[in-house]
Every structure is written in C-alpha cells, then in structure tokens.
Design a protein around this ligand. Structure first.
Ligand SMILES: Nc1ncnc2c1ncn2[C@@H]1O[C@H](COP(=O)(O)OP(=O)(O)O)[C@@H](O)[C@H]1O
Ligand SMILES: [Mg+2]
Length: 240
C-alpha cells in the first residue's frame, strides 16, 4: 500500500469538496459514476450514485452503498481509526461515505488484468488472488461478482478486488449449507475461468476440474447475472 493511502483518514466531506482528476466510469441510470478525485490527503476514488435515475437513487442506491461500505469495513485494509483490526490483503480501504449515495475508497493505481502490460500478469497473481478469496471466505463472506472488470493488477503484479457491491455475508444455517457451498465454489470457479482466459499455462488440474464441472446451477447463476443489469437499466428507463 502506498504511503499516501496509508495516511488517509476516514473522511466525510461532501463530494463537491473533492477535485475530480479523472473519470473512471461514466454513470448510467443504475450505475454509479466512478472518479479519481483529489482530497486534502491524497488521491481517492469516489463512487457516486447522485447522477443516476431519481427513483433508483432514492429507493436502491442508499442500500447498495450501505451494503458495499459494510463489506469494505468487514474485509478492507485496516482503517486508521481501528488499527487493531487487520484487513484482507488485496482489498482497498474504505475512506468514507460522503453522502447516503456515495463512497470514498482508497485509489489503486493499476490495470484490469485483461489490459495489463505484457509480463505484469504472472502465475503468482492468481495464487495471491486465490489467497485473498480464501481469506474472504474464511471471514464468512462471498464475492459473487468476481471478474476481470472488478479486479486490478498493480505495478508490482499484486491483485486487488475493487468492487464489493455484491459481496455478502453468508448465513450459517444447516438448511442453507448446500447453497453456501455453491457460492464458495462459484467464486473459485471464477478465478479458474479468468486464468483460462488470461494465463492458460498456469491452469492446474484442480482448475480444469472446476471449469469442467459447470452444472445447471452455474449456468442459471451466470444467465441471471447477465440478465439483471439490462433488466434494471430497462426498468429505470421506463419508470423515469
Ligand atoms: N479503488 C479503485 N482504484 C482504482 N480504480 C477503481 C477503484 N474502484 C473502481 N475503480 C475503477 O472504476 C471502475 C468501476 O468501479 P466499480 O466499483 O466496479 O463500479 P460498478 O459497481 O458500477 O461496477 C472499475 O472497473 C475500475 O476501473
Ligand atoms: Mg464493477
């Protein structure tokens, strides 16, 4: 972690108090605007639902932001106000919730794995990513939306999980044991699929087995995942 990020305090200034430096993701009706901003303490990432559809912003955005902030607090790098609580390596630190519908997160300078400069993506990227995902699982959480667009590889080749929107705390109930197990397997399968796509030479027999054993659940899960975003976008275009 950079010294600048290490020095960040939890911040609660309104988004207008930060100087925008670069747009990282343009907003849509239901997708937050994500920008690199300058704060008095250094660069940070502002994820803000303010420009989204008004109904979505009112009914859904505060819940999404609360969920994601909770995941960062449970999993992210130790925050300065709670130095005794260590975070999972490879998960940025939550810096604040400036409004009901925005989050401020540690900026990670890096590339999407699929767009990393030649040689930066090494087999140990996947080993470290696996260790991060295992640590998340060990705390009782699952990621669900583990994919190229939600990952960064930094200049040292280390992986970072940068989107915890879907991260969820698992409920340890005997009736849900099968389902909980499937969530864990699907996170691991997501790593194997990424490896197959980006660095097939690093695939292990265990990865191949995971990829080969995609069943009805995996297919339904992926189909639903692909359907949900356009459905939401369409709905909030219609109700505007
Ligand atoms: N902490 C971060 N550091 C650097 N870039 C980030 C960070 N968080 C998000 N981004 C960039 O913004 C993009 C969108 O952020 P993300 O949290 O995935 O939004 P969404 O929930 O809408 O998918 C990411 O693909 C990445 O390029
Ligand atoms: Mg994302």
């Amino acid at each position: 972690m950079s010294p600048v990020a290490a020095a960040h305090p939890i911040s609660a200034h309104p988004p207008a108090a930060y100087t925008p430096l670069r747009l990282l993701q343009r907003h849509s009706r239901t997708r937050a605007e994500v920008s690199l901003v300058s704060t008095p303490h250094g660069p940070a990432v502002l994820k803000d639902f303010a420009p989204c559809n008004a109904l979505f912003r009112f009914f859904f955005a505060p819940g999404f932001v609360r969920r994601e902030a909770r995941a960062y607090r449970a999993l992210g790098e130790a925050c300065p106000t709670k130095p005794w609580r260590s975070g999972v390596p490879g998960i940025p630190r939550l810096l604040g919730r400036p409004t009901e519908t925005s989050l401020l997160v540690q900026y990670i300078a890096g590339h999407r794995p699929s767009r990393a400069p030649h040689g930066l993506l090494r087999p140990d990227f996947f080993d470290r990513l696996t260790a991060t995902v295992h640590a998340v699982h060990a705390r009782g959480w699952v990621l669900i939306d583990l994919r190229d667009a939600n990952l960064l590889v930094d200049e040292t080749g280390a992986p970072w999980l940068i989107d915890l929107t879907t991260a969820s705390l698992l409920v340890a109930h005997p009736w849900l044991r099968w389902w909980v197990g499937r969530f864990l397997v699907e996170d691991r399968r997501a790593i194997a699929l990424l490896k197959q796509r980006l660095l097939p030479a690093a695939l292990t027999p265990a990865d191949r087995a995971l990829i080969a054993h995609a069943d009805w659940y995996t297919k339904t899960d992926r189909a639903l995942g692909a359907l949900l975003r356009p459905l939401f976008e369409g709905l909030f275009g219609w109700v505007r």
